[in-house]
Design a protein. Structure first.
Length: 406
């Protein structure tokens, strides 16, 4: 007798680990920009909470201990999707795709990232995105679907450089006010329900932001820069200007297929060109031109390599209402040495999750992952190595409430 792959019962487990999908990945990547809520059958809605706690500690170039600089953080993801008819579907997704949270703490003299006043280096970057999607199913069996739509994204950031590790930039501060701008998404998907197969390739455009930025650079008033140079370059201790930040484009590939009537194999691949990304505040860049002796100057944050992320998993239905998942993952990181504001070179991960159908339509999911971070050397924008971080790890926890009606 031919086995029947019941897509709805098999996929009961697929999203269980996506509640804790991406954490401390390359560059500023956080949520993984997941769109699988839109690819669900029928009417679907989800609310996802993710909590991330990492231990990132090491030593500065003088051999002083650096305690954990990674601040724990959490974020939400929401998604709704509905079919207009047999051909067209619409959806709205909310997530927090990019971010950073690092804080060097301690007493005066503990390490080279704390200044003479006891204030430590700190960075916080937050983004929010809302994506609207319209999809159209094609073909005699509606097996193919093309989809796309606009993306509204908001970004803000604060950076404080403190301590002798940053040399003349010790004391530099920038506040980048919230800015909203727009991009787009497009993709194609294929499904074969009789074997629980789904595959989707999604492209997201880069988004160019022009945000107000307020900078403070005490070094300009130190007397070490000749007054005629300060005047000629239009330098001052404080500057309010506009900064251009382009969040990167990305490509996601999502795949699943039934192995037998109760087991599903899954795969995710993600690519983000972080080597094209940079944060270049105006005053910081102008002052750096003096030390580099060229017209290009330095970026406050930049990366050398692109990010690749791969995740493989299995989902098993244990009862009609309960399913479990397990997966392993790898993130390439964005180069090593890497910025001292995020000294991690990718990771390996392993996770478990479960999903329970409370009723025919409502389900609760929970998942967790353990992360083994790659060792990394921290560098300042001049490419000088100022720290070394080894043997670090972290974990991710997530919960999801979902509704589905066919």
């Amino acid at each position: 007798m031919r086995a029947t792959f019941h897509l709805k019962t098999l996929t009961v487990a697929v999203a269980a680990l996506s509640v804790a999908s991406v954490a401390s990945a390359a560059g500023l990547d956080r949520s993984g920009q997941d769109i699988t809520a839109f690819l669900q059958d029928g009417t679907y809605a989800e609310a996802v909470y993710t909590y991330i706690d990492a231990d990132v500690s090491g030593k500065d170039s003088s051999g002083n201990k650096i305690d954990d600089i990674a601040e724990s953080y959490d974020f939400f993801r929401y998604g709704v999707k509905a079919d207009i008819n047999e051909t067209f579907s619409v959806g709205v997704l909310y997530d927090e795709p990019f971010g950073a949270a690092a804080d060097y703490t301690g007493d005066i003299g503990d390490n080279n990232f704390i200044d003479a006043n006891g204030e430590g280096t700190n960075v916080e970057v937050r983004t929010e995105s809302i994506t609207g999607i319209l999809g159209a199913k094609l073909g005699e069996n509606k097996s193919f679907q093309v989809y796309g739509g606009p993306v509204a994204q908001r970004v803000k950031a604060d950076v404080k450089l403190r301590g002798t590790a940053y040399s003349a930039a010790n004391g530099y501060t920038t506040h980048i006010s919230a800015d909203q701008d727009y991009g787009w998404l497009a993709g194609v998907a294929y499904s074969k329900p009789e074997i629980a197969l789904k595959a989707a390739l999604t492209y997201r455009s880069e988004i160019e932001h022009k945000a107000p930025a307020a900078e403070v650079y005490p070094f300009v008033d130190s007397g070490l820069i000749p007054a005629p140079v300060v005047s000629a370059l239009g330098l001052s201790v404080e500057r309010s200007s506009t900064i251009e930040i382009t969040t990167p484009e990305s490509v996601n590939f999502d795949f699943q297929t039934g192995i037998n009537p109760t087991t599903l194999a899954t795969a995710k691949v993600r690519w983000v060109p972080w080597s094209d990304f940079a944060i270049v505040p105006s005053l910081y860049n102008d002052v750096s031109k003096l030390s580099t002796e060229d017209d290009e100057g330095l970026s406050l944050v930049s990366y050398d390599k692109d990010q690749w992320q791969v995740e493989l998993g299995l989902a098993k239905r244990l009862t009609p209402a309960l399913a479990v998942t397990g997966n392993v993952g790898w993130d390439s990181g964005a180069g090593n040495p890497v910025t001292s504001l995020g000294p991690i070179e990718g990771y390996y991960s392993a996770g478990l999750g479960a999903k329970y159908n409370v009723t025919e339509n409502w389900a609760v999911s929970a998942g967790g992952k353990y992360l083994w971070f790659g060792d990394a050397k921290g560098q300042i924008p001049s490419k000088t190595i100022v720290s070394n971080f080894e043997d670090n790890d972290g974990f991710v926890l997530g919960m999801k409430l979902s509704y589905q009606a066919q």
